[in-house]
Design a protein around this ligand. Structure first.
Ligand code: ATP
Ligand code: MG
Length: 397
């Protein structure tokens, strides 16, 4: 039988939560591979098996599996039945055939035995298969950095062997850590912040504030593209698009210029919080990084988050721009993020924004506004967009 064997991080999945985590992962795997012609997805002891037909192409499956959080590593494997008397002849023959066409000079065999009742230890199996392969191919065993690492996993009735192991992204299956709402701009940082929360198991809803009717659709189009990209990791996303230009105009008219940015941010959080509660999120997420721009000084970060009651998570707070940029490149959002746009944040930006806002002063200024009405105004005009991965058939061109 041809299959993919998927391993998750043992440590993270220990204890009472394990069946729950494993079920989440199994469901995610079924969904993400659903259009690639796979067979069953089954939880075996400590690993997950995805049955493949002999002609199911491996490359697309490999590409998808490398984006499933919770996967530590995986491999394309084949199974052989195990005879309980310790006879390894059929395994020797099968592995001999599997390596016949491969270019290598050195190899090692690494066996894991899930069922300790089997009469041979894993080292016995390493040796037996190693000797047989040496005799068959004339190649040498090398334990450190071999050209080929043959993995064998012995379960009760069958064993799986594979010749190459692929790295997964690690992390926790999306959904096991509840749901969060990410404030996403078209910039480099917030998509990375969302990615990091998804990797810790959070299903993520997105909220974007755009400058319409005062600016074009550019930031909005970028955000749609970014959310589509990030949906590869969680398979379904909801994006709320909020017109913010009119609200900004009111702030501009009613507040001293240096306070605008802090007031915009507080207003964004209030509106996002309403949506977050509706979506049953336990926290909100932003891409703030300490000291990166005027709105991200310690004082301003504190004043901004005071506007919301839900916890505000800032997964990038201790990262610098280079680290964030590298991560954006790795996850594939960077190219979209750097496209020029007209973000609402660049609308009505004061020449000298305040870097140390005082909460008392900010609250006094806000007294002049009908905050409830402004929140309502934002929510009323909110548009909802939904994204799926793999894209649904009807939405394909
Ligand atoms: P980014 O690269 O994510 O835009 P930034 O370094 O440009 O971040 P700011 O513009 O100060 O920083 O924004 C800080 C955070 O506030 C963003 O990471 C994002 O979470 C949120 N934010 C800013 N603008 C918007 C927006 N238009 N819509 C939704 N969230 C926003
Ligand atoms: Mg920005």
């Amino acid at each position: 039988m041809r299959c993919a064997i998927v391993h998750y991080h043992e440590l993270a999945l220990k204890g009472r939560n394990r069946p729950y985590f494993q079920n989440r992962l199994v469901r995610h795997l079924r969904l993400i591979l659903r259009d690639l012609g796979i067979g069953q997805v089954d939880a075996l002891t400590g690993r997950i098996r995805i049955t493949l037909a002999d002609d199911t192409p491996w490359e697309p499956i490999k590409a998808r599996l490398s984006r499933v959080f919770g996967v530590a590593h995986f491999s394309l494997a084949h199974s052989v039945p195990l005879s309980q008397d310790g006879n390894l002849e059929s395994m020797k023959a099968a592995i001999g055939e599997a390596v016949a066409g491969l270019a290598f000079n050195t190899f090692r065999v690494s066996t894991k035995r899930a069922d300790k009742r089997y009469p041979l230890t894993s080292i016995d199996v390493d040796r037996a298969i190693g000797e047989s392969l040496c005799a068959l191919t004339g190649k040498r065993v090398r334990l450190g950095k071999p050209d080929l690492n043959i993995q064998i996993e012995m379960l009760t009735r069958e064993a799986y062997y594979s010749v190459q192991r692929e790295a997964g992204p690690g992390g926790l299956p999306v959904g096991v850590s509840g749901k969060v709402a990410c404030l996403i701009s078209g910039g480099i940082d917030s998509p990375v912040a969302a990615y990091r929360m998804m990797k810790r198991g959070c299903k993520t809803a997105f909220v974007h504030f755009h400058g319409r009717p005062f600016v074009s659709r550019a930031s909005e189009d970028k955000v749609r593209e970014l959310v589509q990209l990030l949906t590869q990791y969680q398979l379904y996303s909801r994006l709320y698009l909020i017109p913010f230009g009119e609200i900004q105009r009111q702030i501009v008219l009613g507040a001293p210029a240096p306070f605008r940015i802090v007031l915009y941010r507080r207003m964004m959080l209030r509106i996002a919080e309403e949506l977050a509660r509706k979506e049953q999120c336990w926290a909100m997420v932003t891409g703030d990084s300490l000291g990166q721009v005027a709105s991200q000084t310690p004082e301003n970060l504190v004043v901004v988050e005071e506007a919301a009651q839900l916890p505000l998570l800032r997964p990038l707070i201790g990262m610098d721009k280079i680290e964030i940029t590298e991560q954006a490149e790795r996850i594939g959002t960077f190219e979209t993020s750097i496209e020029p746009d007209q973000d609402c944040c660049r609308l009505f930006v004061p020449p000298h924004p305040i870097t140390r806002a005082h909460l008392d002063r900010v609250k006094k200024i806000e007294h002049g506004f009908d905050l409830g009405a402004m929140v309502k105004q934002g929510l009323e005009k909110a548009e909802l967009a939904e994204y799926s991965f793999p894209p649904r058939r009807e939405s394909l061109p």
